[in-house]
Ligand binder design. Structure first.
Ligand code: C2O
Length: 345
């Protein structure tokens, strides 16, 4: 077969894989025939540095809260509104998009090599929109530093019930200062204290180092036009990315909402900081020793495209090939210690 990048970004329809019982929602972006191709931001801007969310000073927290409040206050049909930003996750994960040349095959950007680049682009625009709302083009989206003991609890800025960063649909028993269990399973009691720290470090070492020696093991399996949705997740997507979603969501909701299900995960502001740390792992992985720790060079991967409204409400078609270097996208992560790197079991 002639392979090709899978998503037809011009065909967004009904989200057909919403969990049963969930009220039908339109997850597609507000339609607009005017689509432009992505161009890189100008190099004259300083890099946006994404800081660890548990270390922000009062000024940074105030700025972040203000941006979130403004985003929440926009009418729900505004592409910059929080409702629309949250719906993006539903559109790309609950089968709103169809496949190039295969109208009956629906897209899910999880479980394959699309996982990392899709979420990178999603956060890229989310961060630029937040920055635009507060008129600060240097605004960097804080990351949930769950790979370190001090950063593992839900960062307190998200737990303040009066904050626009708060979401009520979370597990009430998983509040700070409780550390997230990177190996969480609802049916097994979590370790605590030093044992949990040790276990979390082992998880990180396994998923970043020993079980991720090739691009396929790290990013996930190829996903091309014509493919059935395959379960070919990369190491980090599999663990701890999924566990943190489930650990955060409310187990008393029918589908673990908000964080525990694709359609609703984007409704919790912590989702974006969780994914910022996932995205940070991509950058870190490429710096670890080993000659195979490189991005894929397959053109079906590089030409895979997504569609987003940018900070100027312009619809932009982006390609995977343009997101491989975050510095070119104008951002980087604050460097913090990697306690797990020396934790070879
Ligand atoms: Cu699109 Cu963390 O999932």
């Amino acid at each position: 077969a002639a392979f090709a990048a899978p998503i037809d970004v011009t065909k967004c329809g009904e989200a057909t894989t919403l969990p049963t019982g969930v009220t039908k929602i339109d997850c597609c972006p507000p339609p607009n025939p005017d689509i432009i191709d992505f161009t890189f931001p100008s190099k004259t801007q300083p890099l946006r540095i994404r800081p660890p969310a548990h270390t922000l000073d009062a000024k940074y927290v105030a700025k972040f809260k203000k941006a979130m409040q403004l985003m929440r206050d926009l009418p729900s049909d505004d592409p910059h509104s929080f409702a629309q930003q949250a719906a993006i996750h539903c559109a790309y994960c609950d089968s709103s998009y169809q496949m190039v040349g295969f109208p009956n095959k629906k897209i899910d950007v999880h479980f394959s090599w699309l996982f990392f680049p899709f979420h990178r682009w999603y956060l890229y625009f989310y961060e630029k929109i937040l920055g635009k709302l507060i008129d600060d083009p240097t605004f960097g989206l804080p990351f949930w530093n769950w790979d370190s003991p001090a950063g593992a609890p839900i960062p307190s800025i998200f737990a303040d019930t009066s904050s626009p960063l708060y979401d009520v649909l979370r597990d009430a028993s998983h509040q700070p200062p409780l550390m997230a269990d990177l190996n969480y399973s609802s049916s097994v009691a979590s370790l605590t204290g030093d044992e949990l720290i040790k276990s979390n470090n082992t998880v990180m070492y396994n998923q970043m180092v020993s079980s991720a020696k090739t691009p396929e093991l790290f990013f996930g399996k190829p996903y091309r036009a014509g493919d059935d949705q395959i379960k070919g997740q990369g190491a980090i997507e599999n663990i701890p990315h999924t566990q943190i979603h489930i650990w955060t969501g409310d187990p008393n909701q029918p589908n673990g909402e908000d964080m525990g299900r694709f359609y609703s995960a984007g409704r919790d502001p912590i989702f974006y900081s969780h994914h910022a740390n996932v995205d940070r792992m991509w950058n870190i992985w490429k710096t670890l020793p080993g000659k195979n720790r490189k991005d894929f060079t397959d053109t079906d991967y590089l030409d895979s495209a997504f569609l987003f409204y940018d900070e100027n409400k312009q619809l932009v078609r982006v390609k995977v090939r343009d997101c491989l270097d975050t510095k070119k996208l104008g951002y980087d992560y604050k460097e913090v210690p990697l306690p797990w790197l020396k934790s070879r079991p």
